[in-house]
Design a protein around this ligand. Structure first.
Ligand code: FES
Ligand code: FES
Length: 178
């Protein structure tokens, strides 16, 4: 007969710190600046940027992940900030359209958008530019078709797509010396 012996001790998993559901302190690094904000853990990165940090360059279109107006970078990769919890960005580097220019010097993609009239109302433009720069870094701008495909998450209600593509082409070709 099997020895019943002493019961096997059960190891308790380490307890995770509980934060929320009320307002908690969240440390965020945005455009190279460390900031402390107080927000509920359910708050999106988009709302934290716009309402807590007054960084209103990032736009709210649909607030449900379908238009791309809220595109920012987290650790250099584009994300939809309306679908990203601000608290999940602790310890990561967030970059918004406000962080793209070097002082008074616009980013080449911002200049190209101006030169090519790649916007009408301009509402989608910050998200388009954040995606456009990421697209070049990702190496997804070989052809117009490829640009259209990899920019397809950014909707423009003014349909400025041909001019957006020509701005992206120009920055791409300048980079490759064509
Ligand atoms: S506001 Fe985020 S995708 Fe539309
Ligand atoms: S320029 Fe108006 S939505 Fe794109």
């Amino acid at each position: 007969m099997a020895d019943k012996g002493a019961p096997i001790p059960v190891t308790q998993p380490a307890l995770l710190e509980t934060r929320g559901p009320g307002s908690v302190k969240v440390a965020l690094d945005v455009n190279g600046v460390s900031r402390i904000v107080h927000l509920e853990p359910r708050v999106s990165l988009l709302d934290a940027l716009r309402e807590q940090m007054a960084l209103t360059g990032t736009k709210k279109g649909c607030d449900q992940g379908t238009c791309g107006a809220c595109t920012v970078w987290v650790d250099g990769r584009r994300v939809l900030s309306c679908l990203t919890l601000a608290i999940s960005c602790e310890g990561r580097e967030v970059t918004t359209i406000e962080g793209l220019a070097e002082g008074d010097e616009l980013h080449p993609m911002q200049r190209a958008f101006l030169e090519h009239d790649a916007f009408q109302c301009g509402y989608c433009t910050p998200g388009q530019i954040m995606s456009a720069v990421a697209l070049l870094n990702e190496g997804h701008a070989g052809t117009d078709g490829e640009i259209a495909e990899w920019m397809s998450g950014n909707i423009c209600r003014c349909a400025a797509y041909p001019l957006i593509r020509s701005a992206i082409r120009e920055v791409r070709d300048r980079k490759t010396g064509q």
